[in-house]
Design a protein around this ligand. Structure first.
Ligand code: HEC
Length: 124
């Protein structure tokens, strides 16, 4: 048997195995929805946070995961840290030419929603 026919058998077998695998098994092993346990008011907070977080993505990356060393990743940050940090940028306790103007326009509700949203992002 030459190299090519061996390769063909190998590939055919691979396709066969792939075709036999049951998609239901994939669904069963999927991670449980981390948002399923949230109450209606928490979901509302999450929606507010998600909407408000759109402007953060330009620097901190989509879903708070930065691809640029200049900007820290903020996904998964604790709600407490996120809240105190955003308040500190807003009050001028921490000053950064890029970040300070972003925090200045945030209301207390925005900060609570953003903190809740970024804490609930799944990082794989
Ligand atoms: C124009 C770019 C830019 C945008 C837009 C922006 N940020 Fe930032 N952010 C920064 C930079 C730069 C830093 C790091 C500042 C420093 O080192 O003090 C930072 C830091 C932070 C930190 C502190 C992270 C840490 O590890 O200490 C948080 C939290 C944060 N940003 C949240 C947000 C949120 C929430 C938004 C959207 C409302 C946002 N940022 C929008 C540039 C930006």
């Amino acid at each position: 048997m030459n190299q090519l026919s061996r390769l063909l058998i190998f590939v055919t077998f691979g396709v066969f195995v792939a075709a036999c695998s049951d998609p239901a098994t994939i669904t069963e092993t999927a991670k449980p929805d981390p948002w399923a346990a949230l109450s209606d008011s928490e979901r509302e907070l999450l929606r507010h946070g998600e909407a408000r977080a759109r402007s953060c993505a330009a620097c901190h990356g989509p879903q708070g995961i930065s691809r640029n060393r200049m900007y820290p990743s903020i996904a998964g940050m604790s709600a407490k840290d996120m809240t105190t940090t955003l308040q500190a940028y807003r009050s001028g306790e921490i000053v950064n030419p890029l970040m300070s103007p972003q925090a200045r326009g945030l209301s207390d509700e925005d900060i609570a929603a953003l903190a809740f949203y970024f804490t609930h992002l799944q990082i794989d």
